[in-house]
Design a protein around this ligand. Structure first.
Ligand code: ADP
Ligand code: MG
Length: 251
């Protein structure tokens, strides 16, 4: 349980002259929920992009279970068991709720959109999609066009797309952003349940400190492209430097 499942070594990424990720060693332990916090612009999303193949580092490496995955594409990363959701909503608004969840399942089999019409031939896909949608409480809305869902339901759906391939590791980039308190609570509940029931290791970027402290077993604090501190939520809450960078924001 306690072993490191994914780690980076001296990871560095610049945009022009700006160093967004500055020589960092990240470590994620298997079977727990880790949260990454830090002010806007700290480099949290960039870090996830580098760990999941959306971006490639200027220097440094990423290892997943000791295999070098630094130069994988996002598709290859999914095939290795690593998925992610996006800070900015990334569902397919014109497709139905069901199709949105079927899509990543089909793509794992090397099939694309046109296979929707033949999805009944893939019983595993249909069964898995149903299971996920029931878990998300979206089964009743399966035939709705995804763009018509409430924001909270869209956020839940996006999470469903990320967990559909049954990843070993799943990164969620601000999964509750833009939701109201009720929606937020239900998304958190969902993450908790998925983490408890499944075998997925979750890493969550989150802005809301209450969320961080109620949900995560381990917290990594980033600031200016570096890791400022990491530890159990209680330690982090009392860390002076951490409190300072959050002064003026709601702690
Ligand atoms: P966070 O997710 O912690 O808010 P980001 O990782 O999105 O921060 O961004 C870190 C810094 O890198 C920010 O200053 C941002 O403007 C910059 N940045 C991110 N992506 C790009 C890009 N594609 N081109 C130029 N600058 C970028
Ligand atoms: Mg971000």
């Amino acid at each position: 349980m306690d072993e490191v499942i994914l780690r980076s070594e001296r990871l560095t990424k610049s945009f022009g002259k700006f160093i967004a990720i500055d020589n960092i060693d990240l470590k994620f332990k298997s079977g727990i929920i880790t949260s990454i916090i830090g002010p806007n612009g700290a480099g949290k999303t960039t870090a996830i992009n580098l760990l999941t193949g959306a971006l490639h580092p200027d220097k440094g490496k990423v290892f997943f279970k000791d295999k070098d995955i630094t130069s994988l594409t996002p598709d290859q990363s999914v095939k290795h068991g690593i998925t992610r959701s996006f800070q900015i909503m990334n569902i397919f608004p014109m497709l139905t709720v069901l199709q949105n969840v079927e899509l990543p399942l089909l793509s794992l089999l090397g099939k694309n959109l046109k296979w929707f019409y033949a999805v009944s031939r893939y019983r595993d896909v249909a069964e898995e999609a149903e299971k996920i949608l029931r878990e998300l409480s979206l089964w009743d809305k399966r035939n709705k066009v995804a763009g018509e869902l409430s924001h909270g339901d869209q956020r839940a759906l996006e999470m469903g797309m990320a967990i559909a391939p049954k990843p070993e590791m799943c990164f969620l980039d601000e999964p509750s952003s833009g939701t109201n308190p009720l929606e937020r609570a239900s998304i958190l509940e969902l993450i908790k349940r998925l983490a408890e029931e499944g075998s997925t290791t979750f890493v969550i970027i989150e802005h809301d400190m209450d969320v961080v402290f109620s949900l995560s077993d381990w917290t990594i604090v980033m600031n200016k492209g570096k890791v400022l501190a990491e530890g159990e939520p209680d330690e982090i809450r009392q860390n002076k430097e951490v409190v300072e960078i959050y002064l003026g924001e709601e702690v």
